[in-house]
Design a protein around this ligand. Sequence first.
Ligand SMILES: *[C@@H]1O[C@H](CO)[C@@H](O)[C@H](O)[C@H]1NC(C)=O
Ligand SMILES: *[C@@H]1O[C@H](CO)[C@@H](O)[C@H](O)[C@H]1NC(C)=O
Ligand SMILES: *[C@@H]1O[C@H](CO)[C@@H](O)[C@H](O)[C@H]1NC(C)=O
Ligand SMILES: *[C@@H]1O[C@H](CO)[C@@H](O)[C@H](O)[C@H]1NC(C)=O
Ligand SMILES: *[C@@H]1O[C@H](CO)[C@@H](O)[C@H](O)[C@H]1NC(C)=O
Ligand SMILES: *[C@@H]1O[C@H](CO)[C@@H](O)[C@H](O)[C@H]1NC(C)=O
Ligand SMILES: [Zn+2]
Length: 937
Amino acid sequence: MATPEYTPFVFLLLLFQSGVWGVPVCQTPQESPTCGYKSCHATKPGMLNVHLVPHTHDDVGWLKTVDQYFYGDRNDIQHAGVQYILDSVVDQLLKNPDRRFIYVETAFFYRWWKQQTDDMQNTVKQLVNEGRLEFVNGGWCMSDEATTHYSAVIDQMTMGLRFLNDTFGHCGRPRVAWHIDPFGHAREHASMFAQMGYDGFFFGRLDYQDRNRRMVAREQEMLWRASESLTPPMADLFTGILPNGYNPPEGFCWDQSCDDPPIRDDPDLEDYNVDDVVTRFLHIAHGQALVYKTNHIIMTMGSDFQYENANLWYKNLDKLIRYVNQMQSNGSEVNVLYSTPSCYLQELHRVNLTWPLKGDDFFPYADSAHDFWTGYFTSRPALKRYERISNSYLQTCKQLEVLGGPISRKGPFGAGDSETLKKAMAVAQHHDAVSGTEKQHVANDYARKLANGWAHCQVLVSNTLSSLSGSSAPRVYCEHLNISVCPLTETMNVYNPLARPVSWPVRLPVNGTAYSISDAKGKVVPVSQATAAVRRGRGYAVNELLFQVQAPPLGYSTYSVSLLQNGPPSPPSPLPRAPTAVQNKVWVLWYNASDGNNSESIQMSGAYIFRPNTSTPFIISKTAKIETLQNSVVQEVRQWFSPWVSQVVRLYTDSRALELEWTVGPVPIGDDLGKEVISRLDSSINSSGVFYTDSNGREVLQRRKDYRPTWNLRQSEPIAGNYYPINSRAYIKDDKDQLTVVTDRSQGGGSIQDGSLEIMLHRRLLYDDVRGVGEPLNETSDIYPEGLVVRGRHLLSLSPPAMAADTHRPLAQEVVLQPSSMDFEKEFSGLQAVLPPAVHLLTVSQWDQDTVLLRLEHQYQASESKEHSQPVTVNLQKLFSTLDMLGVSEMNLSANQWKDEMTRLDWKAESGTHHTGVTNQLCLLSPLGCVKTADLL
Ligand SMILES: *[C@@H]1O[C@H](CO)[C@@H](O)[C@H](O)[C@H]1NC(C)=O
Ligand SMILES: *[C@@H]1O[C@H](CO)[C@@H](O)[C@H](O)[C@H]1NC(C)=O
Ligand SMILES: *[C@@H]1O[C@H](CO)[C@@H](O)[C@H](O)[C@H]1NC(C)=O
Ligand SMILES: *[C@@H]1O[C@H](CO)[C@@H](O)[C@H](O)[C@H]1NC(C)=O
Ligand SMILES: *[C@@H]1O[C@H](CO)[C@@H](O)[C@H](O)[C@H]1NC(C)=O
Ligand SMILES: *[C@@H]1O[C@H](CO)[C@@H](O)[C@H](O)[C@H]1NC(C)=O
Ligand SMILES: [Zn+2]
């Protein structure tokens, strides 16, 4: 039998830094005979089996902060207290061994667990070992799928799943991914879940037209082939759509927050309602069975923050099961049981059917004709950016924790850690966090948590640098260029978290007019009018010092900077060779947000929903005030369209991309019009209604205007219905040219006209869109009380399509993993050799005392690049410069299972494969010889 050619995109290993040669510690897990699939209740083959799944949906922050939700604080905002839910559920599970409960968000479970006595912890372990309490999904949170980057999602899943494995072992490993609330579903998420070893995936929200068609065709359960590059079944994920979002069927909500009648089963009393309840239930069950394929159906018995008083639910569910099943003696063929998503999944697997195949994704999501959830792709752009740079800093922090060793956590600068930022980042991936769909005070809380994480990492980074350099001089950070003047000491250091050398433009606010910089050409340019305006008197530096720095892989380099001349800035010289070619083709425009006063629908634009009230955006100004400058480092055209919109078109010498730096805000609302501001690039590219966007920063998907690959779309919103999430890049192309835009955060965008690509930058809205958040998206801050000002960058590259990926892949990684400037003395690289261009070093993180978690990925998609979509070999033994590698063992993507223990349920697809044939195989040289990925699977 031929060995299948597996082609992993992401590939993981544990390196053993010191200590014993660490062949995987693959002791057979102490498997309890009853957890997992073995703990499922029996079903009845000839009957319709109804799987009741008691569950609670606990947002890791939304209307209240994550802490308020945990404790049940601020119940005036929303009645919700997760600690009480877990207390109450455990108590109720103990009362009847048939009862089941699933728990999802490890961020909450972890807090609760820490506060329990040993006795209680043992009791809970027992429940888990018997499959009565089962973890599903199990990440730190239920991440957003439209606005997250794969690197941060993998990290947050790893953190939650590791806690579960450390605490419960084998029985704590979730078999099912459960994204019941996210507002649309990304293909890359499905691919990651498959590579994390999940057997199946369930969700609640998809486009209403898609859903209707799938109900009629009984295609609500399918096999998602989630990668064009991975050989099936590596990225295949069985995917099911839940029958009623994640709510119970109508009339069957028995939570304290619901008003449905309880089961009144005393026949001596007048209001006896058992017959009525049973009849209604059977009716619903039969109706549901018509739109699913098998004689098993699932019902989600729970909802947001339910089960705080679990007795109400369980008492009625016990009775429901008893009374419905009693009817079997009278010929009823319906069998109801307590179940879990994995028990339901197991039954679907047992029926041995073939399932329809899905190759695209579930964006955009509309729940009605004029209600497209495409606004949150851009909502809260400042938080989205802060989340993205925090990810970059976290990766730097984790790398320096490994390179520095124990001294990084307890060194001359005190106690530092990466944990705090890891947790803050994990919480920020939640589907009401980076998505921008939380209340303002909750958004502030996420940002505060991230800032606190930065502070802890800064101590760690200082300790490492001091240890590596042997100098304990205080470190100076110059990351926040909002400070008045960068405190330039003689040296300035740049750390590069990428596994290849990078060259990077640095801009420092300074007052002097001339500096000399070792090994680099530095130029001083005056601060632009727009920058001065944005500073609001907080910044006093009149100039910026620009220079290009180079840093080695996983390492830093030092630049000494000295002031040559102080004095008034020299006026900018007029620029003859400015990149004018572009400036006429880049527009900043705004859509007038619908206020609900509209004949077709009363839906307004809000935090979730994008609904312009006309398809034609307004041009802010046809003319711009222009300043130009040019020197040996950069050429700039500074465009000032209005007091609230400006842009710099910038080309650094030797750069592969043109930079558009946009500044938008405070968006005026004096005219009582909500505004959704876009940047639009118009080109002559013959794009024929097609454009491309990335999925969570990884593989790229094709999009077509007014079209969905799996159903005949009736388009009802010509703009919003053509918007897709852009996490790191989007492009349009024809035979000759490809225009790629790399973004610095997640944004929404579309290609409404051929040759044109638009990206939404900022939105300010005056109405709530009635999806629960209860606030208009009307951001202000202390510094900008009259409306938030946001600045960001787009990097544009134009190249022949066959070569485009060679530019935009590394470019996007550079934007995601940014070098950071810090004070340091010598040049240092943590790597002995540069990784091949096709390989991205995704994770370097301390795992246990002697082990390091390493993730390498082949970053090119199949057929994307002639040069780089090829098999590639990495020699692990010669990878790190400071670590001795003693052994390697491979894990799944989320590092909660050894690869050789990884078995997944196999599923059969109805039609042929969507697979395009692959060449991007990664081969690792290790002490075990060349470990072909195929051998390891
Ligand atoms: C079964 O049917 C009989 C006769 O109609 C009735 O008396 C009995 O109550 C029914 N049992 C249940 C569980 O409904
Ligand atoms: C599943 O169905 C296939 C035919 O499609 C059959 O060959 C196979 O034996 C079945 N497996 C089981 C476990 O029933
Ligand atoms: C600069 O930004 C940082 C981080 O957002 C903030 O803590 C600091 O207060 C800001 N400084 C000024 C002067 O605004
Ligand atoms: C920089 O120059 C500005 C304008 O001359 C002045 O107001 C400010 O105090 C200076 N800042 C520093 C740190 O020297
Ligand atoms: C939006 O914010 C501004 C500034 O705080 C405030 O004056 C205005 O009333 C707000 N509008 C709405 C609809 O919330
Ligand atoms: C999971 O936990 C078990 C029990 O503690 C341990 O033996 C196993 O090595 C862990 N798995 C991973 C991948 O860390
Ligand atoms: Zn939610």
